[in-house]
Every structure is written in C-alpha cells, then in structure tokens.
Design a protein around this ligand. Structure first.
Ligand code: SF4
Ligand code: SF4
Length: 403
C-alpha cells in the first residue's frame, strides 16, 4: 500500500459507496455476443487472491458499502467463491451471486445456502434452446434449466436476467412464460448496452423501433394479467430515448467495481475511457481510491460538464448520461451523452437506429451482407481485437495518478 495521498483539493462532500461489485474473474465458459467484459479481457489474466479479495471487502464494508455482488466472467470458476461469500456475510453485506449457472452444482448450491448467500441472479440468453445456445455459442440451455430448478428447490429469491436485442425481442412473451414456469421472483429484461462486445456487435444486435414498441406492449399486457406474481423490469434501450440514463446514478456516486486484477472502476465499462489510469487496490486503500483518486473524482459533480449539459436544468437528474457512451459515440467523454435530444450529436444515434430499421427484413440469425460477422466473446477474438488498440479496447493512454 502506498503512502497517504497528499492534500486532496477541497471538493463537495462525497457519500460512501453503497454497492461493491467484485468481478472475480474474466474467465467464463460462455461466449456471449453482448458480453459487457472488456474486448481485450484475454490479455488481463491477473486475479486477486482470496486474501486480497477479503481485504477489499473489509475495507469497502468499513467505508459503508452494504451490498456485495459477485460477478465476472463466471464467478463460479473461482473455487474460493464459497469462502468469499462466507466472509461477505460475516462482514454484514447483502450478498448476490450473478451467474450464468454453469458450474452451480447442487453441492455448491447447498454450501452457499449454508453460508448465507442472500440472492442469485441467473442469466438466460433466450426462452428457446436454439437462440440461447446460438447467442452464447455453447450448448447450455438444458443445463441452465436444471440450475434454475435447483435454485428454486433451495428456496432462493431469484432474479432471471435476459439481455434483449434484435434476435430475441420478439420472444418476450415466451421469456415471461419461462420465468413464470420457473417461479422466479423478478425478471430483468435488460436491453443490450452497447459497450464492449455489445458495441462491437451493434449492427447485429440493434432492434427496430417496432420490435421495442411491440415488446413493451407484451410486457404491459403480462403485468396487467399477472400482477406481482413476477415483477418485470423492462427498460427501453436508451438509443430509442430522448434523454439518457442516469448512468450508475452518477460517476463515483454509489457504485464501486473491482476488476479481477484489482483495478477499481466507477462503472463496468469505464476502462474503455482513454486518459484515465484507474487505481488498483494493490497500490492504494479503498478509502483513498474512493475519496481521493483522480479517476473517481474525474466526473463527480458538474464542474467537468460542457455545453449543453453545463447549463441544463436536468443535469442533476441524469448527470449528463453515460461517460462511456459519450466517448464511444463522440470521442469525448465530457460531451453530453448523444442519446440526449439536446446533444448536437443526437442525429448520429438516430441514424444508427434507422440503419437497424433498414435491416429488419433480413433473418436475424443471418449476418447482413454488408455487416461483419457476429463476433463471439472468445479468447482468440479478444486477443485479435484487443491488440488492434481501437477505442473501447480497455487501454488507458495516459497516467492520471490518484490525488
Ligand atoms: S455475458 Fe456471457 S460471456 Fe460475458 S461473462 Fe456473462 S455469461 Fe460470460
Ligand atoms: S443536455 Fe445533458 S444534462 Fe441536459 S438532459 Fe441532455 S444529457 Fe442531461
């Protein structure tokens, strides 16, 4: 651990983090085309040890974090997951396992129950075996279905998470039926976020406006029919909106993510931003990272904002949207998220949506003649794409020491 950081500049009061997300590993048996891990994950093999993770958890809990998510990659590939969950519970965290289900045997599930794991979020790619297995480039649908039954058998509160896009938005009714059959408590219909692999595959994944409208109607019909039997979260993909999402409820506001190698991040995708050296828990205390690092202070408050956000009455509602999306679409992370209709770059987002409209008559499982083939998240693709050094590859271009 380095020496205390020198004389941080006075800033408005900073609240403690509420949510610690431990991305235990980038290893994963699946190859999802929309994976939110960095494109160059295969070059990032380092992982914190069990003791190092426990130290991070203790520090974050001391700061005030109350919720602890274990994700990845696939957190179950770590055979110390049970030890980490046990320690998380002892520290008083509400613990959540975010998993594809692969590797969740009955023995492990029973042990996790004993240790007090609070909650499991299981992901499916679709309600049909064909599409589930196509999108993950694996044969995992049957196994996931067995895992879903086991999770209910062990009486866990369960969230079913299905990422939505052009390939499966028309299956929303069947996905809700599947959730009802499984007896899940909560169904998260999460429209694809266009970062990482999702951004690389945007031409394939972007739905048409008609698909989005139809899917929302179906969701509302189910909500009216089933009431609270399964609570359904459906968020319209932000490219179709006129205002951006309040990304992470503000940069460095509630969320503290720790990547497998110990890099601390204010959001999952933040490594895509150039010019920021994100601090590592092996070099700095979690306290100093959260309160005093240049990376976490970079987009706090509104002093960094440019026009039109700077003078906008809505800036305290959406914080100017998503920094990673602003960078990915405009090349400057301090610009307004161009999803916003007030952004001078909003027309480019509309053009992307229009392109999806033009492609609507093609069969979704067949690549457009003009489009690159769909890119599955594989180690080989990661090494090839990551070595190109394109924006979004997760590299930082310049040092930005914590201060
Ligand atoms: S999105 Fe798919 S490939 Fe990526 S970590 Fe999750 S299960 Fe693995
Ligand atoms: S101009 Fe900026 S602050 Fe205003 S609504 Fe748009 S993104 Fe939000």
């Amino acid at each position: 651990m380095s020496a205390p950081l020198p004389h941080p500049a006075p800033r408005p009061p900073i609240a403690a983090p509420l949510w610690l997300l431990a991305e235990l590993t980038y290893r994963c048996p699946l190859h999802c085309a929309f994976c939110y891990n960095p494109i160059n994950y295969a070059n990032e093999r380092a992982e914190l040890s069990t003791a190092q993770w426990i130290d991070v958890m203790r520090q974050a809990r001391k700061l005030g974090a109350a919720q602890l998510g274990f994700s990845g990659g696939e957190p179950l590939v770590r055979d110390d997951l049970e030890e980490l969950v046990g320690e998380g519970r002892r520290l008083g965290f509400y613990t959540n396992l975010i998993t594809s289900g692969i590797g969740l045997t009955e023995t492990r599930l029973a042990r996790l129950k004993e240790l007090g794991l609070d909650h499991i979020q299981l992901s499916f790619q679709d309600s049909t075996k064909e599409m589930n297995d196509f999108l993950s480039s694996t044969k995992t649908f049957d196994l996931k279905s067995r895992v879903a039954r086991l999770i209910k058998q062990y009486d866990y509160p369960m969230v079913l998470n299905v990422v939505l896009h052009r390939y499966n938005l028309d299956h929303v009714g069947r996905i809700i039926d599947m959730a009802l059959e499984m007896g899940v408590d909560y169904l998260e219909l999460a429209n694809t976020q266009y970062y990482g692999w999702g951004l690389a595959n945007r031409a394939h994944l972007m739905p048409t406006r008609e698909q989005v409208v139809r899917a929302e109607e179906v969701v509302n019909q189910y909500r009216a029919r089933i009431g609270n039997k399964v609570r359904i979260l459906f968020v319209v993909p932000d490219y179709f909106e006129e205002r951006p999402k309040a990304c992470m409820n503000g940069w460095g506001s509630v969320f503290l993510g720790i990547a497998p190698d110990g890099t601390a991040l204010p959001c999952h995708a933040a490594r895509s931003l150039p010019g920021i050296a994100f601090p590592n828990v092996l070099d700095y205390s979690v306290h100093d990272i959260w309160y005093a690092s240049g990376a976490f202070n970079r987009y706090r408050g509104d002093a960094w904002m440019k026009s039109p956000c700077r003078d906008c009455p809505e800036k305290s509602k959406d914080f100017g949207g998503c920094r990673c999306q602003a960078y990915a679409l405009t090349g400057d992370a301090a610009n307004a998220d161009p999803v916003c209709a007030k952004s001078p770059r909003h027309a480019e987002v509309q053009a992307i949506v229009m392109q999806a409209q033009h492609a609507q008559n093609s069969h979704p499982a067949v690549a457009q003649p003009q489009a690159k083939p769909i890119l599955f998240r594989t180690d080989a693709n990661s090494r090839r794409m990551g070595n190109d050094g394109k924006p979004g590859d997760g590299r930082s271009e310049a040092a930005d020491e914590p201060r």
